[in-house]
Design a protein around this ligand. Structure first.
Ligand SMILES: Nc1ncnc2c1ncn2[C@@H]1O[C@H](COP(=O)(O)OP(=O)(O)OP(=O)(O)O)[C@@H](O)[C@H]1O
Ligand SMILES: [Mg+2]
Length: 375
């Protein structure tokens, strides 16, 4: 389907892509992965001629792209750019519809297609079609970016870090969606990422690049078993949040969060929060079992009629909690995915053993998420 033959792209004397040879069969999902600046976007953009190679050739179904009209070529290729890139003053329907409209599809067919695509990703068309991009969450916008690339049913799709800006939970659900779309539609896809977990999850084959060169082409399984060299091995290691390298949630929690008993008076509670400089306290019973939490706003609001913490502990929504056996990664995903301020850690008897906050997480997780930052 796509064939790179000795493709080179040089900017002055900096070579962004060196002698690239790669063949992608029909229907395959290939993931290009490598550190920032290794030439992934450049490689992608040479396929739809947003960038012209310095030398070498690229063929799509046997046709040299340089012999094709670039505009016509791009209409045949779905493209999801590195930033989502929706048109802000067009509705979601118009955004998805861009290429079909350029191709002159009849209005009724276009509308049907937009509705079908929105349904495919579980976004109610009646609700979302008339909205504007800024009325959607980041994850929803990225879905629309993907749908736009699929709209005209192109035989080839290029995706440049389409889920890069998402939190881990939204990202995983979009990956699942993409995977199921791909297994249903079987469109040849070139997908760029620098996240090894994402590559291993999505790819039929992974192409590892470094400094403009292909270092290894392999299935996820082969890559894990036989990394071609130290670079690939360390890239797999550094970028993967795999179970064994991961810290336990206990290592990233504050061991001694501010707690109160239900018998405590409201004035005393307020004074304690002021003294400890916290805006929420956890309420525990005699055995330190977690009963709930009280926010300072609730205290202020209810102090006219209530006397003890116990009377107002159920005013705030139930807390999301995590078990002390969980990993730091699970805590991270919960906090980021559900936008929590903090996450109480309970042992198997529901006894409060600590509290993960955004701050307690950041330092501890930086090295697991981004690799050794000092490198
Ligand atoms: N227009 C340009 N002029 C000069 N150098 C460029 C230009 N575009 C890209 N480069 C260089 O080419 C190299 C490859 O860039 P490219 O955008 O392909 O990287 P990438 O692998 O997509 O990186 P990232 O993961 O950060 O998106 C980089 O060193 C970059 O600085
Ligand atoms: Mg890039």
């Amino acid at each position: 389907m796509v064939k790179f033959k000795n493709v080179v792209k040089a900017y002055g004397n900096h070579v962004a892509v060196k002698n690239l040879d790669l063949e992608i069969p029909e229907g395959e999902l290939v993931v290009l992965i490598g550190p920032s600046g290794c030439g992934k976007t450049t490689t992608l953009k040479m396929v739809n001629r947003l960038i012209e190679p310095t030398s070498g050739s690229i063929f799509i179904r046997g046709r040299n792209v340089m012999d094709l009209n670039p505009v016509a070529l791009r209409r045949e290729i779905g493209y999801v750019i590195q930033q989502i890139g929706l048109f802000p003053n067009m509705t979601i329907e118009q955004n998805i519809d861009v290429v079909p409209r350029l191709l002159g599809w009849p209005a009724e067919k276009r509308k049907r297609r937009v509705y079908e695509l929105l349904e495919m990703v579980g976004m109610e068309p009646e609700i979302y079609a008339p909205r504007y991009p800024n009325e959607l969450s980041g994850g929803q916008q990225q879905r629309i970016g993907v749908l736009r690339a699929l709209a005209a049913e192109p035989p080839l799709i290029l995706m440049d870090e389409p889920f890069g800006a998402l939190d881990p939970i939204a990202r995983e659900s979009l990956q699942d969606e993409l995977k199921s779309l791909h297994s249903r539609l079987n469109k040849t896809t070139i997908f760029v990422t620098h996240d090894m977990d994402e590559a291993l999850k999505l790819a039929d084959r992974v192409v590892v690049m470094n400094q403009g060169e292909v270092v290894q082409v392999a299935t996820p399984e082969q890559l894990l078993r036989n990394p071609a060299n130290d670079f690939v091995a360390s890239f797999i290691g550094k970028n993967r949040l795999n179970g064994d390298s991961l810290q336990s949630v206990v290592e990233i929690m504050l061991p001694d969060p501010v707690t109160v008993h239900p018998q405590m008076g409201l004035a005393e509670g307020l004074a304690l929060m002021k003294r400890k400089k916290v805006d929420t306290v956890l309420v525990v019973d005699e055995e330190r079992k977690l009963l709930g939490s009280v926010a300072v706003e609730t205290l202020n609001r209810e102090h006219k009629w209530a006397r003890t913490i116990g009377e107002i502990v159920n005013q705030d929504p139930p807390l999301t909690t995590i078990r002390s056996q969980a990993s730091a990664k699970e805590a991270f995903e919960l906090i980021v995915g559900e936008n929590l301020k903090y996450l109480p850690v309970l042992d198997e008897n529901d006894v409060l053993v600590g509290l993960v906050t955004r701050n307690s997480m950041v330092g501890a997780l930086a090295s697991a998420v981004w690799g050794d930052v000092s490198e």
